[in-house]
Design a protein around this ligand. Structure first.
Ligand SMILES: Cc1cc2nc3c(=O)[nH]c(=O)nc-3n(C[C@H](O)[C@H](O)[C@H](O)COP(=O)(O)OP(=O)(O)OC[C@H]3O[C@@H](n4cnc5c(N)ncnc54)[C@H](O)[C@@H]3O)c2cc1C
Length: 391
């Protein structure tokens, strides 16, 4: 037990150093140029952090999920885009490690990830189905020699040009229903990516996420054996919501810290008075506490449910509602905190080049409610609330 805690602590020390020395230093340039945060990702690779979640038996770091979530928080405090790239990669790793079903191809692949620090991007959204994770148009299509192909119109693929591999949701066969999905891991040298748009968004600019038509030819061993609906319910959805929420909390925490630094600087100028912004800072602290409490409690719920022998508990209606609510609450609360921080700093918070700037924080967190649209999640919740007996 204590060995595991030491390993987690060592990992997090390394992450904090990378966050300070690489992510923070380049965050503004990454944001201004909408460029991939290459310095932070190179440092994470050099540290072996891309394979943190892979079990040691497969050559990985054997780091706990809680520590990886904390790493997303730490990176989020310094550069939202670096944190989002790291989180998205870890989501793919979590889906594979939790649903391997002893498949030899995937075991060998995870060893390769650990050895070569391969970076994995995600292709779930699709032109025509939008952010509906539970439906695909593109399908695994048998080809010659027992291989298969697919062609998927992907509207948003974060760091698609920088990833070594893609994890793509598809219909099982060309005849399958939209919800009969599998997930396929393909290597860069098995694919062509035809870029279909640009990436000049409001926030999360460093994720470098234009659209692509992805075409691939691959061996059928590269289809994860566990059906995608199970992977989604037990892992992809709760893990995504947890890791995203941790990094949004990180961004909001840094915005709060900047507002606090501003209030303290004001107090130093007039030591005889409590600045009027101090009281607003107290209000903002309550807002941040609400966000932190929700993120921490969801992490505890997930860890408990994952530890039980039957992880199927994560697919119950109560559990789906729980992690959907985390996403909705955190994605709305994080930009609220950033906006509050900006109101406290006034013009020096609004300007992009002061120690109290929170414009990037606000813009980055404004992507949160639409990253899988909250209205789509509310629609799903509404249906579950009508039929669920366990909530
Ligand atoms: C920074 C960033 C990075 C991303 N990276 C990736 C990636 O790497 N891979 C990937 O696959 N995807 C990625 N996405 C895409 C994302 O995950 C969603 O799929 C995408 O944002 C949804 O696109 P949309 O807004 O057009 O979708 P839609 O879900 O189609 O929503 C369109 C509009 O319809 C509304 N709407 C939808 N459903 C309902 C409903 N039931 N009731 C009422 N209104 C509704 C929404 O609120 C929204 O206004 C990324 C998104 C962001 C912001």
């Amino acid at each position: 037990m204590s060995v595991a805690i030491d390993v987690d602590a060592g990992f997090l020390n390394g992450i904090r150093k990378i966050a300070d020395e690489f992510a923070a230093v380049n965050a503004d340039d990454v944001d201004r140029k909408a460029r991939f945060p290459v310095e932070a990702l190179d440092a994470l690779r050099a540290d072996g952090a891309l394979s943190a979640l892979i079990p040691t038996e497969l050559g990985g770091g054997g780091i706990s999920f809680e520590a990886v979530a904390a790493a997303c928080f730490e990176l989020g405090r310094r550069c939202g885009s670096s944190a989002m790239v790291y989180a998205m990669h870890q989501i793919q790793i979590a889906c594979m490690t939790r649903h391997l079903a002893d498949a030899p191809w995937f075991e060998a692949y995870l060893r390769d990830v650990a050895r070569d620090q391969r970076l994995i991007a995600s292709v779930t959204s699709e032109v025509g189905t939008g952010g509906d994770l539970g439906r695909s148009n593109a399908a695994v299509t048998p080809s010659r020699d027992g291989n298969a192909t697919f062609e998927k119109q992907a509207p948003t693929v974060s760091y698609g040009l920088y990833a070594d591999d893609l994890f793509t949701t598809l219909r099982r066969t060309p005849d399958a229903e939209p919800g009969d999905q599998v997930i396929v891991l393909t290597h860069k040298d098995q694919m062509t990516l035809e870029q279909t748009g640009t990436w000049d968004p409001l926030g999360m600019r460093g994720t470098s996420s234009p659209g692509f038509v992805v075409r691939a030819e691959f061996s059928t061993d590269q289809v994860l054996p566990t059906p995608f609906p199970i992977v989604a319910g037990e892992s992809m959805v709760p893990v995504s919501h947890l890791l995203w929420s941790h990094l949004w909390l990180g961004i909001a925490t840094d915005a709060f810290d900047r507002a606090r630094a501003f209030v303290r600087a004001s107090a130093k100028q007039r030591p005889d008075q409590v600045p009027p912004t101090a009281q607003r800072l107290s209000h903002l602290m309550s807002e941040l506490s609400l966000l932190r409490a929700e993120v921490n409690s969801a992490l505890r719920d997930f860890t408990e449910a994952s530890a039980t022998p039957d992880r199927e508990r994560l697919s119950t209606m109560a559990s789906i509602l729980r992690f959907n609510n985390l996403k909705i609450a955190a994605s709305e609360q994080a930009p609220r905190v950033c906006q509050g921080a900006m109101a406290i700093g006034g013009i020096v918070g609004y300007k992009n080049d002061t120690p109290f700037s929170v414009g990037r924080h606000l813009r980055d967190t404004m992507s949160a409610p639409l990253m899988i649209a909250n209205e789509r999640i509310h629609e799903r919740n509404a249906l579950l609330l009508l039929i669920a007996k366990d909530v």
